[in-house]
Design a protein around this ligand. Sequence first.
Ligand code: FAD
Length: 489
Amino acid sequence: MPAPIIVWFRNDLRLADNPALTAAAQASAERSAPVIPLYILEEETGDPPLDPWTLGGAQRWWLHGSLERLATCCARHGSPLVLRRGEPGAVLDALIAETGAECVLWNRRYTPAQTARDSAIKERLKARGIDTRSFNAGLLAEPWTVRNKSGGPFKVFTPFWRHLSATLNPPLPTRVPSDLLAPRTAPASDPLESWGLLPTRPDWAAGLRKRWVPGETAALSHLADFLDGPVGVYATERDRPDRASTSALSPYLAFGEIGPRQVWHAARHAAEARPELAPGIDAFLREIGWREFQYHLLHHAPELPDSPLDRRFADFPWREDAAGLKAWQRGRTGYPIVDAGMRQLWETGWMHNRVRMIVASFLIKDLLLPWQEGERWFWDTLVDADLAQNAGNWQWVAGCGADAAPFFRVFNPVLQGEKFDPQGDYVRRYVPELDRLPPRWIHQPWAAPTEVLRQAGVRLGDDYPRPIIDHAVARDRTLSLYNERKGKA
Ligand code: FAD
């Protein structure tokens, strides 16, 4: 039998529009070579680790479900998925030695550590005469292909998107390859359960199981449902956490269970079929554009996850406040919209974008805690955690990133709640102890008359906390610190 082709799956856990798999299927058809689909649970052996951003808890849960489904699909298409754990270069070497594979294909990743690791592996395998090739499955345009008029990277989103959306012509998504030829002897594979990706004691994933179905099939139906319904109101209602008006595609995109080209073409197709959807679809694709922009930034500024891009913030006098941080993480700040968001995150592994901005602003500008604390918490708790999106957005809210909201813009959690959750339905869903408060008071229970609180059965400081900080005082403190810095700039 001809030498096998290894397809190394990473954050591209799908069969459709998967260029590495398509190339493998083509090569396999030409020379009857078997295809070995492989997933490696990457382990860091170095000290310090090459990639400090190993998967957080919520994403480990998701990965288990995603691999279960990918394994079913690969088996159905003829060649079972091989699961191995370890340092990826060593795992590939071992599999090549065992199977005599002469070709390794994968789709590219874009974080600094992943790029470094993949380049080193590619160089080494090529030097050994292994045909090693990589493809783009994860972005509409890879960061180094997008240049401003002077040939440099973009630093501001609007011109970036204007340029990209005008020049973009993403290839049509490829179909799921027809049957894959399996190797005569199946390589050994770890039982997925042995990886311990699912939480056990305690099992905190009940809310995630209720909310999500990982995998490619679910991703495609999510997109179809969104384009059939909510996209119609997306342009006007995407900021409303009390409505299901966004796509909730982010975890599927983070794991590559769906790719941006599929999203792009399906959305464009929907706009052609139903021109009245155009405003919603334009607004939606603009957000996909933000996803691209964050990768563009990360590629050109690899320090994005750790250090402020605006160096004026490098020695910002952040506070230390373990109790404040814990109250924020647990959703017990006394500000209902903040607490609802943090509890939605804990319960479901996801939070509405508007509320992400509100809770991030609260952590950074009310509690004066470093944005990196929030970034780390999100990393562990979000099912859609994505280094570029997470870091770029935290820096955006902190006012120290590229094209960021200005630092002096401090979200008022009461006004934000009243504007974007006017009836308090979102708060009621995640902060049930405030369920019976009328809309007038639900975003500021501490200001409600005693009788209203009594009738709603709320005992402040007992069932629900009083605000851990006075927003007006916190805002003044933050602004005066900012003004001092500005003076120094
Ligand atoms: P939709 O509104 O349906 O948008 C469609 C897609 O566009 C999203 O799935 C996402 O891929 C992209 N998108 C939307 N908003 C943004 C944005 N602000 N920046 C970049 N891409 C965007 N998104 C992540 O995917 N992973 C993260 O780790 C992450 N961390 C964030 C941290 C903070 C502090 C903030 C403010 C935002 C963060 N976001 C992150 C961006 C955004 O909140 C989510 O992408 C969005 O809420 C996902 O919901 P959706 O799929 O329904 O989005």
